[in-house]
Design a protein around this ligand. Structure first.
Ligand code: ADP
Ligand code: MG
Length: 334
């Protein structure tokens, strides 16, 4: 009898310890930034943290939406001279810097061309070459002037943060989590992921990398901690006409949707905004140029899925990526 009681006490104290060890989980799920957002956080302040994250994303969307008539970007794009928030100025500066670094493969002034293809209204069409070359006359990050607290756009130019907003937002979200003492969280802004810390079992987060040809399935799994993971591909927003598929990532040099040997590019780094801008730019570049960029510039890792089905992974994350497909390592040896 005594032994049984002792065992019970031991058992119940074990249960207490293990309950105390499992941290509180809080979640938010909501539509914003033209996508569906899910946030989960673990820890004492998780309720407060996820609520703050949600309101920050909603706030940033109000600043940056290209279609909301009350946004700062809408005002800028319609010839007004709005007072700009620090967030908008920061993202504009960063986007222009990344345009420069990617030699214009990333260009936040591509919006008039995107509109002509119908991507902003879903009234899809193929603009003719005359129309495209006229519109490309209004495109060019080099013509955007940031003068103190003001952004000056030439007539006909428009800014669009579609290729950078979600990544930049994920950085703000991660910062809010950290400020709240959260050590484990997963922030998913429609495929722009920020995996904060590790899972509560101490293992890395397991992030599915979508199969571009069948996006509800994964082409592989990446194990990460404390990293943003962002994928760009033409499989999410596109239309098919006469058997050809046109996607929403535009090559600013031609005005046509990027169409090369790649189906998707995933970029992994500590910074969501770097991942977001780069995944768009590297998708425009195609496999060889993207690999050259990684070798020359670095500061990030990537996974490229080729039209052939083959997968190419840079050596810094090669060991953390698993897939049933043929996976090739890109390294700096040469
Ligand atoms: P998603 O929005 O699906 O995560 P991306 O981050 O690649 O995908 O962003 C694509 C969006 O970026 C487009 O919908 C458009 O708003 C904008 N965009 C398209 N082409 C470019 C480009 N070359 N440079 C910068 N932004 C672009
Ligand atoms: Mg992007």
């Amino acid at each position: 009898m005594k032994r049984a009681t002792a065992l019970l006490i031991i058992l119940s104290s074990f249960l207490l310890v293990s309950c105390a060890k499992s941290p509180k989980k809080s979640e938010e799920h909501f539509p914003a930034m033209d996508t569906y957002i899910t946030v989960e956080a673990y820890g004492e302040n998780s309720d407060k943290a996820v609520r703050e994250v949600r309101s920050r994303v909603e706030y940033l969307e109000k600043l940056w939406s290209a279609t909301d008539e009350n946004s700062e970007i809408y005002a800028l794009n319609h010839g007004k001279d709005p007072e700009l928030s620090k967030e908008t100025l920061d993202l504009a500066k960063y986007s222009l810097e990344m345009s420069e670094k990617t030699d214009g493969a990333f260009d936040p002034t591509i919006y008039p061309v995107l509109t002509a293809w119908g991507f902003t209204t879903e009234n899809y069409r193929i603009p003719d070459s005359g129309e495209l070359s006229e519109l490309l006359g209004n495109v060019g990050y080099k013509n955007v002037v940031i003068d103190g607290e003001k952004i000056v756009l030439k007539r006909g130019m428009m800014l669009d943060f579609g290729g950078s907003a979600k990544g930049a937002a994920s950085d703000y979200c991660a910062e809010i989590m950290r400020e709240n003492g959260i050590k484990s969280a997963l922030i998913n802004l429609g495929g722009n992921i920020y995996a904060l810390g590790e899972r509560t079992d101490g293992k890395k987060w397991r992030i599915g990398i979508a199969d571009p040809e069948n996006p509800s399935e994964n082409a592989g799994i990446l194990d990460v901690s404390d990293r943003a993971v962002v994928t760009s591909g033409n499989y999410e927003r596109n239309f098919t006409l006469n058997g050809k598929t046109y996607g929403h990532i535009i090559d600013p040099k031609t005005g046509f949707p990027a169409d090369n040997d790649l189906l998707s590019v995933t970029v992994v780094s500590e910074e969501g905004r770097l991942c977001d801008t780069l995944s768009t730019a590297l998708f425009v570049m195609g496999k060889d140029k993207a690999a050259d960029y990684w070798k020359a510039v670095g500061g990030f890792e990537m996974i490229m899925i080729e039209k052939s089905g083959n997968i190419f992974v840079t050596d810094g994350i090669f060991g953390d990526f698993s897939s049933e497909r043929a996976v090739f390592c890109i390294d700096n040896a040469e």
